[in-house]
Design a protein. Structure first.
Length: 372
């Protein structure tokens, strides 16, 4: 049954997130032909410029759904076989037995066993519980570093394996999606970013969704404030940052409206075929970067509360920015929420984040947005 949007409740929930400590938040919720857009707080702490639902934003790993969709389109055209070994396409990057054992599908669903390369360039990203002993200096060191994707992939491939190819649970690893970017470039004859733009972004008609061409976010956007678990106080602005450290895994810029349009079309099989979409929604257990086991498909994962409707989409974080984009399985409700501060929690003695009022306020907003 369709539920009308409770605009007053949504306005209050967004305001609650800001009052809980989030500098700025902006969101869009769609239910059938009804649209609510809302924002609270500021886009720029220095000037007091208000947050606005039309702002562009770095959407982090939401990018992975776009990359996965581009791979599925290449597979539909017969240029990629999902169950073929990645070594068939990129033998120089994943050589030998591993290249024969790891398939394209394993890259998409994070069951390749390849390690994450990020801790090798950002020591701050070491896994829990040693997080409490890290410092965020590497963020400043690499603000304008132009990384080469092949070199990053080699770091992940050379690192101790996270598991056997195809094993369960898988490990969420950006190495997988950088490899998919190189695969798209190899089979399309262009860059991964150009391939994704042509086959997914332009196909979906997304006017404000782009890959960055430099460290700036072009167009109206919010500043992005990184607190790094209280170790950066006050939180520092990292909205100017070279995103080559994640490329086709997490560098996309978009808006809340564009993301709702994208997931609406994807879940309606208008970007990939119904058969491809069915495969994208086939999940298995994956160990997330937060240390939780989550169900993960091919660039998509489900979310929702027990006994309630299931939503499909992706979340993403960058330095200072966070995004959650979710569409109900029947395509009748769409939710995107963006915030401009990350890692607001302080850490306990074991190095794990303590609960914060922002966590509770966001959870309340998601419930109102998803279920009314």
């Amino acid at each position: 049954m369709k539920k009308a949007l409770d605009r007053a409740a949504l306005d209050a929930a967004v305001d609650h997130v800001h009052r809980a400590g989030q500098p700025g938040i902006f969101a869009e919720v769609r239910a059938g032909d009804q649209v609510w857009r809302g924002a609270a707080g500021v886009a720029d702490l220095a000037t007091g410029r208000p947050a606005d639902a039309g702002l562009r934003h770095r959407v982090g790993s939401v990018t992975k759904t776009f990359t996965a969709a581009a791979v599925m389109r290449q597979a539909e055209h017969g240029r990629i076989a999902l169950d073929a070994p990645v070594g068939r396409y990129l033998p120089e990057l994943v050589p030998g037995e591993r290249g024969e054992a790891i398939t394209v599908r394993m890259l998409l669903n994070h069951t390749s066993g390849l390690a994450e390369y990020l801790p090798y360039i950002y020591p701050s990203l070491k896994p829990f519980p040693v997080l409490a002993d890290t410092r965020p200096q590497s963020m400043d060191d690499h603000r304008f570093t132009r990384f080469d994707a092949v070199e990053l992939i080699r770091l992940g491939v050379a690192a101790p394996p996270a598991g056997a190819p195809g094993g369960a649970p898988g490990l969420y690893s950006n190495t997988n999606y950088l490899l998919l970017g190189e695969l798209l470039a190899r089979v399309s004859g262009t860059t991964a970013e150009e391939c994704i733009t042509r086959d997914v972004i332009e196909r979906a008609g997304l006017p404000d969704t782009v890959f960055p061409t430099g460290p700036e976010v072009e167009g109206p956007h919010a500043r992005l404030y990184e607190a790094w678990f209280g170790m950066i106080d006050p939180p520092r602005d990292y909205s100017v940052f070279d995103m080559s450290w994640v490329g086709p895994a997490a560098s996309l810029i978009s808006t809340v409206a564009d993301l709702n349009l994208f997931y609406a079309q994807l879940l309606a099989a208008k970007i990939v075929s119904a058969s491809s979409l069915e495969q994208m929604r086939r999940t298995g257990p994956v160990l997330s970067q937060e240390g939780r086991i989550i169900p993960y498909g091919l660039g998509l994962h489900p979310a929702g509360e027990p006994g309630q409707d299931t939503f499909w989409g992706h979340g993403g974080t960058v330095w200072g920015g966070g995004t959650l984009a979710m569409t109900r399985a029947d395509g009748e409700r769409h939710v995107v929420v963006a915030v401009n501060m990350q890692r607001w929690n302080t850490l306990d003695a074991s190095g794990r984040p303590r609960p914060h009022p922002i966590d509770h306020a966001l959870a309340s907003l998601y419930r109102v947005a998803m279920y009314g």
